[in-house]
Design a protein. Sequence first.
Length: 401
Amino acid sequence: MRKSRLAALFLALTMLLCTLPVSAAESSGWLIPKVKGSPSFADVTGTWCESYVETVYQAGLMEGKSTAKFDAVSPLTGAQITVITARLHSLLRGGDGVLPAPGEGEPWYQPAVDYLSSHCEDDSVREILRRFDWTTLDFANTPCTRLCFVTMLAGVLPEPLPAINEVHIVPDSTDTRVLAFYRAGILNGSDAYGTFGESASLTRGAAAAMLARLTDPAQRLTFTLKSFDLCRDVLGVEPETVLLTVDGKEVTAALFGNQLCTALYQRKGGADKALTDAIRFWCDYSAPFQVMAKEKGISLSEKELAESAAYAQSMDGYLGLSAACWQQQSQNSKLNLKLKDFYCEADWKSGEYLYHSDLEKLSKSLLQKAVPTDMLLSMDLRAVYQRLMASPFITWNFQNQ
């Protein structure tokens, strides 16, 4: 009789456990549980971020400015993203996301700083937390950048996000965490090219979108980014098109395009002056290093050449520039250091001065031997300028000017 009662009790407990509801996170597929009901923010109803705002509110990661207003367009400060990140760190590890109240005399965000300092070992996150101690910047009350927020979020994830998109590079960022977020569908950029805008202020709506896609894998984005090529899309020529010869050496659009577009922007479309500036820039900052290195019998080692090639491949497409352009810039940088050392070893006191003096003489000589090709002279630079101003190149290169 006793055994049958124990068996019946065991069976009843087993059935009870089987009928208990699974957690909200498990039932919804979310990585963290829902802790609130749906919000009633009238200002985001029908907007692009409505579903994202609902998700982060239900997950307890963000609140509204009031019960009826979320305010998606306002920026988030350094203090606010730190509190959000601390909550996320806790929730992803089974905590409740509730931070203690600040101590007497402490700022409202101090518990979040203390929590991350104690629980997060990511070096990038710790580096950001040190900004609270800077005396030259009120990080707590300064609008946070998009890059800073991505860095914080990536630093508290317990494991890498699965990739669902093929993204080698985005045009305005080479940051590995940013690229990982694109591959995972957390980010997709502000245009067809995937422009990230890393130094732009983070809005509450954009933060909600990133957090919602992290929280709910079903909301992650799949896409294929459109590639941007400065030569084809702005100059209107193929990258291998020769636009200039300098002392008989051909210079292609892939190598010369950056100087030309930069000069056009700086001259506000003034074609003649921009062309003159671009050729001078090339002769001053691109052409002379390899010429002088050859004259002095200086060359790069196989290891240095391999380093430049690897760097160029990693940068291919960044700013709309090809690997060939990045490789030349890398090689010039290495040759510049070698040439300076060469002069300083010959004359430790005046070597650097003599190097720059000789470099300037060579640049002037090369400028006299620079000849634009018929293709460059026939190019409608005013039309190029119009395409340039409508392209992402301006956002990437001059957003901080």
